[in-house]
Ligand binder design. Structure first.
Ligand code: G3P
Ligand code: CA
Length: 283
């Protein structure tokens, strides 16, 4: 089976992440699927933003959860990247996407497309985001049994094991991905937050719960970072033997792709779908 390529926040090396241009480009690049990060706006709309705040990826400021859809739509989410937006992708104001708008883009494709939705949580799990996501998908004709909507095959991902466990009550395990990160890479203590060793202990605890969830088979897709794969070969081998499939992030280099091929990974998530596709064709 050829390795499937998921475009991480769209073709985000070329265009600003989560924008219309980035997703249109992902389809043109021949990606098998796309990844997105989902949050709720202040007025309860499902919007595509990675960070808790809009500051890094727009000309605005503040928390996504504190801004309405109209306020988010008034911001420029693309110019920070400096890439020219193609005419067919609209102007600056059309770049910010809701989940519904992303589905419209994917539904326009003439081939089956995977949509990997990451439910973005901080430390605290709140079922409202999952509930709103499943309700929005259902209103468009998605069914939980097949997790498919027209040509779009939807899967769900989260780092938060409580979110994955909650989804497991409603979604087939084959469409569920538990994300895993090597906590030594992710430790970035915030000022006023817990000290580094406390943060490391918390992250390790969450990771152990997530690993147990995979051992128990609640989620079928393992979603490790490249660093996690390198550092945790025993776990990878155990889940491989148990029949899990793997979706590794973020695979942008030849060396990282080699690692995935050597360990038999089925899916990779990349900011550079065209480059990874070309490397796979030469492999
Ligand atoms: O695809 C998983 C990956 O997106 C998780 O990390 O921080 O890029 O959302 P992050
Ligand atoms: Ca993500």
């Amino acid at each position: 089976m050829p390795v499937k390529i998921y475009a991480h926040r769209g073709s985000s090396a070329r265009f600003a992440e989560h924008t219309r241009a980035a997703y249109v480009q992902a389809l043109a690049d021949g990606a098998d699927g796309v990844e997105c990060d989902l949050q709720l706006s202040a007025d309860g709309v499902l919007v595509l933003v990675h960070d808790e705040e809009v500051d890094r990826t727009s000309n605005g400021t503040g928390k996504v959860a504190g801004l309405t859809l109209a306020q988010l739509k008034s911001l420029d989410f693309s110019s920070w990247k400096g890439a020219q937006i193609p005419a067919e992708s609209g102007g600056v104001g059309e770049q910010f996407l809701t989940l519904s708008e992303l589905i419209d883009i994917l539904a326009s494709a003439t081939r089956p497309i995977g949509l990997a939705i990451e439910l973005k949580y901080g430390a605290v799990f709140d079922p409202a985001l999952v509930d709103a996501t499943l309700a929005a998908l259902a209103s468009r004709g998605w069914s939980a049994q097949t997790s498919t909507l027209e040509n779009v095959r939807v899967s769900f991902m989260s780092f938060h094991p409580e979110a994955v466990a909650y989804l497991a009550q409603q979604i087939p395990a084959e469409r569920l991905c538990q994300l895993l990160e090597d906590e030594r890479v992710s430790t970035q203590p915030a000022s006023g937050g817990p000290a580094e060793h406390e943060l490391l202990a918390l992250l390790r605890m969450a990771r152990e719960v997530a690993e147990k969830l995979l051992d128990d088979g609640l989620a079928h897709i393992v979603g490790p970072s490249v660093e996690y794969v390198r550092a945790n070969q025993k776990n990878i081998a155990r889940w491989r033997a148990a029949g899990h499939t793997f979706r590794v992030w973020t695979v942008d280099s030849g060396a990282d792709l080699e690692l995935c091929l050597a360990t038999g990974m089925e899916e990779v998530t990349t900011n550079r779908p065209a480059d990874i596709k070309a490397l796979l064709a030469d492999a």
